[in-house]
Design a protein around this ligand. Structure first.
Ligand SMILES: [Zn+2]
Length: 419
């Protein structure tokens, strides 16, 4: 199941001579959005959506403060505050179908109408406002002992996301067979959409991974970088960076310092490390509050994201899938929600097994729509950047003398040799 998607991606993507723009989907710190952004910076589809995004950002932060303690028990304390949102940026990339080029528009429409399940995982919208079609549940077995799924009912993802996490977990297990299994925590709900305590995690591309410790028992810790198995956690980060299409890894600065010091001590290239940790908006590894006991990892999903973008205008052709997952806001009522989303009170009640019209703020509703959604966010085409592999080590360079005189690092490498 895993191989097919990637094979297609490779086959389709390679011959496309696309004028490459620097980045298609960029991320911005939530705090920055709240403090400085304007509707135009968000480039949302209309100003209302832009302000909605802003509003969601700020109100969620307030709501999350109160729910942080609830989250602490079962979700590695991930309330996602301080997390990155995806920004809708039109990069001007050639909109040719780079990752789904095996499907013509007619093919796609026919399959969507007749056998949508045959399309595989579809990641709609954005990580912070999206949903998931044909999700796969993260394989529970972890038969090899490489991973364990903490909450199976919140471990729904795209095939690509699962493939990436499995690859990274297997790599750590290969390097460290005695390490306890990787703790695969919250990913997404089966249909995606919002769920407590996360802001993102909505379209099958965000995964929370618990730290490795010396034993399978997770210690109670505030400064978890002091008690974690730093070597195993570094191996995990390195596997994610080199073996998967990771978009961003969010983890507290204190943890980053520990990982980086360890990486330097085992001879990793300092320049490569700087590109991972110090790249500003291009950093793969970024700070986020309340991420001191787990990694929040977001992956590019070339296939599932591209399908999501192309399927979005076709949703109305399948009434069972033509729905929006909506989180109730202050001032909402069923009539208003129905009107805004081309739905009806009765349809919403039915879809949510409701008898009355009582709503509470934060409640998540499935809202069936009668026509094409004009308010659903549609991201621009995704372009997956090259993986950031470290330069080959001296040992890997066949023509380099065994005395290491041909090291690839810069002058800082000399300092490492002392350790
Ligand atoms: Zn998370």
């Amino acid at each position: 199941m895993f191989v097919t998607g990637l094979a297609l991606v490779a086959a389709c993507a390679s011959p496309a001579p696309v004028a490459r723009a620097p980045l298609v989907v960029t991320k911005v710190e939530t705090a920055t959005i709240a403090a400085t952004s304007t509707a135009s910076e968000l480039v949302a589809r209309d100003t209302e959506d832009a302000f909605h995004a802003l509003l969601t950002t700020t109100t969620t932060t307030v709501a999350m403060t109160t729910s942080a303690t609830v989250a602490a028990s079962d979700d590695e304390r991930d309330d996602d505050s301080g997390e990155v949102l995806e920004e809708e940026v039109d990069s001007g990339v050639d909109p040719r179908l780079r990752y789904t080029c095996d499907l013509s528009d007619d093919d796609l429409t026919a399959r969507w109408v007749k056998t949508p399940e045959a399309l595989g995982s579809i990641s709609l919208g954005f990580a912070h406002e999206g949903r998931l079609i044909n999700a796969e549940q993260f394989p529970l077995g972890g038969e090899t002992g490489a991973w364990t799924v903490v909450m199976p009912n919140r471990a729904w993802a795209t095939a690509e996301t699962i493939e990436y996490v499995v690859a990274a977990a297997r790599e750590v297990h290969r390097l460290r067979p005695d390490a306890p299994p990787l703790r695969v925590n919250g990913i997404s709900l089966k249909e995606g959409g919002w769920f407590r305590p996360h802001r993102s995690h909505q379209n099958g591309r965000d995964v929370d991974l618990g730290f490795y410790y010396a034993t399978a028992e997770v210690p109670r810790c505030r400064a978890c970088e002091k008690v974690m198995d730093v070597g195993a956690n570094w191996d995990l980060v390195k596997a994610l960076v080199t073996l998967t299409d990771v978009q961003v890894i969010l983890v507290d600065r204190a943890v980053q310092r520990a990982l980086r010091a360890h990486a330097l001590s085992v001879g990793e290239d300092p320049v490569w490390l700087a590109s991972l940790f110090d790249g500003g908006r291009n950093s793969l590894i970024r700070h986020a509050r309340r991420h001191r006991d787990h990694f929040h990892v977001r992956f590019y999903n070339p296939r599932a994201q591209e399908l999501g973008r192309r399927v979005a205008p076709l949703l109305a052709q399948r009434p069972d899938q033509n729905l929006r997952i909506y989180r109730v806001r202050n001032g909402d009522n069923l009539g208003k929600i129905a009107l805004r989303n081309k739905s009806s009170i009765r349809a919403i009640q039915k879809a949510n097994h409701m008898r009355g019209t009582f709503l509470r703020i934060g409640q998540v509703l499935r809202v069936p729509m009668r026509g094409p959604c004009t308010r659903c966010p549609v991201p621009p085409p995704v372009e997956v950047p090259e993986r950031r592999r470290p330069p080959p080590s001296p040992a890997e360079l066949a023509d380099v003398p065994a005395d290491g005189s041909g090291t690839t690092g810069t002058s800082t490498t000399a300092a490492l040799d002392e350790g």
